[in-house]
Design a protein around this ligand. Structure first.
Ligand SMILES: Cc1cc2nc3c(=O)[nH]c(=O)nc-3n(C[C@H](O)[C@H](O)[C@H](O)COP(=O)(O)OP(=O)(O)OC[C@H]3O[C@@H](n4cnc5c(N)ncnc54)[C@H](O)[C@@H]3O)c2cc1C
Length: 289
């Protein structure tokens, strides 16, 4: 398939990109890695009149740690972020390993995935699990949007059409936190049918001092496993408790069935993955001194 005709604006800076978005608003789309946008154009699922290409805004190609968070600029490719994450944030490295294939990760950006808001994507759920946020810049200036307020529906966020996401910020877990990540897909590299990411850390007495759980592929947006977080936090960590908490979190989901998996299958798998990722987090965590 070929895309519908569109105009093209290369932006050499963040300011140029924001100005182009302000001029074209709803008619424009940002082009970052193009790994989701180009297929959508080719299938004519998106028909923007203007593409604003941010690949020349090289000031957006950064990844830095500050204030307990990692700040990932809008041009930092997924593969580069994964290389950094292996030692600094293994949960992110593992999530990125499941994003498509090497060629896609070499071009696709972390922020592009977060902004694209595919409910079966790994990175939006990771942003939710890591209490993340995005920085959005528009004609009125800059604002931050927490992950929990970002995702509205499949491919739909609370960002305005004239806003550029300049960076995504993921909280770095405390050093004693353990993590887990798992997904079920038909083949490695495919979008997940269901997935989960978890963090857990313990106090000196072995109680869960903090728990984070996020699901993807189970609804229109990534979903926090709030029931499991509430059930486990402050409690002694036991396998039985984790299993019950995982089931409670999955029971609160309302996934839909489709060609690939029934709603029931998704809910059952979500319970299994929640238990598995939480137990992996328990095994990997250290008790606070
Ligand atoms: C074969 C294949 C398999 C894939 N498998 C997976 C997978 O398993 N898991 C997964 O998560 N992804 C998968 N992807 C998608 C891939 O990860 C994309 O790279 C990513 O989702 C989008 O990043 P991008 O930089 O390519 O964004 P683009 O495709 O350039 O843009 C995607 C959307 O986000 C918007 N956007 C991009 N950057 C910004 C910004 N800075 N501010 C505001 N809006 C912005 C664009 O306007 C567009 O609407 C796959 C892609 C392919 C082709």
């Amino acid at each position: 398939m070929k895309p519908a005709p569109f105009d093209y604006t290369p932006a050499a800076s963040t300011a140029e990109a924001v100005a182009a978005l302000a001029q074209h608003g709803d008619d424009a789309k940002i082009l970052a890695g193009g790994q989701s946008l180009m297929p959508m154009l080719n299938l004519r699922l998106a028909r923007p009149a203007m593409l604003v290409d941010i690949n020349g805004a090289t000031e957006l190609d950064y990844l830095r740690e500050a204030g307990g968070r990692v700040h990932v600029g809008a041009l930092r490719r997924q593969a580069a972020a994964a290389r950094w994450a292996v030692t600094r944030l293994p949960l992110m490295a593992e999530a990125l390993r499941h994003v498509g294939h090497t060629a896609i990760r070499n071009r696709g950006t972390v922020v592009g995935s977060v902004a694209h808001a595919d409910p079966a994507s790994e990175l939006p759920a990771l942003l939710l699990c890591l209490d993340g946020e995005v920085v959005a810049r528009g004609p009125q200036g800059e604002r931050t949007v927490a992950a929990g307020a970002l995702y509205r529906a499949p491919l739909t966020t609370s960002l305005r059409a004239d806003e550029l996401v300049t960076e995504a910020r993921f909280s770095l877990p405390r050093p004693e936190a353990g993590w887990g990540f798992a997904e079920v897909a038909r083949r490695h590299g495919d979008f997940a049918l269901v997935g989960a990411a978890a963090l857990l850390w313990q106090d000196a007495a072995g109680r869960a001092a903090g728990v984070r759980l996020a699901f993807f592929g189970v609804g229109g947006t990534p979903v926090r496993g709030a029931a499991a977080e509430a059930a486990l936090t402050g409690q002694p960590v036991t396998e039985v408790g984790v299993r019950a908490a995982a089931r409670a979190a999955a029971a609160a989901l309302s996934p839909e069935g489709d060609l690939h998996a029934s709603a029931r299958y998704r809910q059952d798998v979500a319970a299994v993955l929640a238990e598995r990722t939480l137990m992996d987090a328990v095994r990997r965590c250290r008790r606070a001194a």
